[in-house]
Design a protein around this ligand. Structure first.
Ligand code: FES
Length: 138
């Protein structure tokens, strides 16, 4: 274990210096015609709902929301991922309807943990079943 790692895992103020990102796939649940998307995709709707709700989120400056085109879980839409330096990476799918409050609640839980661990029993209901990946930190 390096000195830097020790500092991150034992000093709670160092958690704030982590680079966190919430990725939201905006291509999920799209309807296509002749190679063009018709209307707003389910992913775009979810992204906008999350962005709207995050305006009053206490972590909005520490946990940026980034739209992405695809995270290769297209048959499990809608899909989001939590990523941070030195933490587990999570990929969640099957997010139907307005899951924005559950996504931000889970993101807050993720932020609060130094290793990012999100036990099943603590996760909001919409993120209990749709877990697609839990990837170890670097
Ligand atoms: S289209 Fe959303 S994961 Fe591929």
């Amino acid at each position: 274990m390096t000195a830097a790692h020790t500092e991150i895992t034992t000093n709670s103020s160092a958690v704030a210096s982590h680079t966190h990102t919430l990725f939201v796939c905006q291509t999920c649940a799209s309807v296509w015609q002749d190679g063009k998307r018709i209307g707003e995709s389910g992913g775009q709707k979810l992204l906008h709902q999350i962005q709207q709700l995050a305006q009053d989120w206490e972590l909005r400056d520490e946990f940026p929301i980034q739209a992405v085109e695809c995270m290769s879980a297209c048959n499990r839409s809608c899909v989001v991922a939590f990523v941070a330096k030195g933490k587990l990476t999570y990929l969640f799918g099957d997010l139907a309807g307005d899951s924005s409050a559950a996504v931000l609640e889970c993101a807050s839980q993720y932020y609060a943990k130094t290793d990012g661990l999100l036990p099943w029993s603590e996760r909001p209901e919409p993120l209990k079943k749709g877990i697609l990946a839990k990837i170890p930190p670097l």
